[in-house]
Ligand binder design. Structure first.
Ligand SMILES: C[S@@+](CC[C@H](N)C(=O)[O-])C[C@H]1O[C@@H](n2cnc3c(N)ncnc32)[C@H](O)[C@@H]1O
Length: 207
């Protein structure tokens, strides 16, 4: 995580925590799907957990959930929430979050487009997962967005410090990077009306 990224997420953490979920039905549908891939014996790592809302909802389905984020402010807010006993919040950058590996499942919700080197992060996730393990992810892929939004609006909002810097990915590029890292894609959906938020479940097969 770059200093600029850490500063951005620390600065917006309170606002991020307070914002209502835009499409509750879509979020609930995603959680239901994610839960269907989990088992009560799983040890799970989540990278980029933010203020922990998803971890709090999903941790009751597994044995242990380690929820990490590079922003100390995000984790401070997460720790202030009521959480299941099998859930631990830890400050850790995605690239160095793997203490306790290998994991049965690694979750990455709205963070893979933010890491400095997405293919390298995917390789690290793959390396720190059990054979047969799952990556459950949701990633913004803005490359498929219209030209004006992508080339004008996004840079202007970034310049104003209102949104973070991120990789402008195509969904296909993201899928190819997962396959190149050694994953097989098991499911791919868009929940709700945001066509740029790609939910992908991918499995690590035996080499
Ligand atoms: C868009 S928020 C998503 C939070 C949460 N996963 C959710 O779905 O609401 C992105 C989160 O990723 C974290 N983040 C960004 N880059 C990161 C990195 N390289 N390592 C760890 N966390 C990172 C930020 O601090 C922020 O909490």
């Amino acid at each position: 995580m770059t200093d600029r990224s850490t500063q951005f997420w620390d600065r917006v953490a309170e606002r991020y925590a307070a914002r209502p979920i835009k499409d509750v039905a879509a979020y609930d549908a995603m959680l239901t799907d994610a839960a269907s891939w989990l088992s009560s014996t799983d040890t799970v790592l989540e990278i980029g957990c933010g203020t922990g809302g998803t971890a709090i909802r999903l941790a009751p389905h597994v044995a242990h959930w380690r929820a990490t984020d590079g922003s100390a402010e995000m984790i401070r807010i997460a720790c202030s929430k009521a959480a299941p006993a099998n859930l631990a919040f830890v400050v850790a950058e995605a690239e160095h979050a793997f203490e306790g590996a290998p994991f049965d499942v690694i979750c990455a919700f709205l963070v893979l487009h933010l890491v400095p080197d997405m293919p390298a992060t995917l390789r690290a996730i793959h390396q720190h997962m059990k054979t047969g393990g799952l990556l459950i992810s949701k990633t913004y892929c803005f490359r498929d967005m219209n030209f004006a939004m992508r080339r004008l609006a996004i840079p202007a909002l970034q310049l104003a410090g209102l949104i973070p810097h991120f990789a402008v990915l195509r969904a296909e590029q993201l899928r190819r990077a997962m396959v190149a890292a050694g994953f097989v894609i098991e499911a791919s959906h868009v929940f709700g009306s945001n066509q740029h938020a790609h939910y992908i479940v991918a499995r690590k097969l035996a080499q």
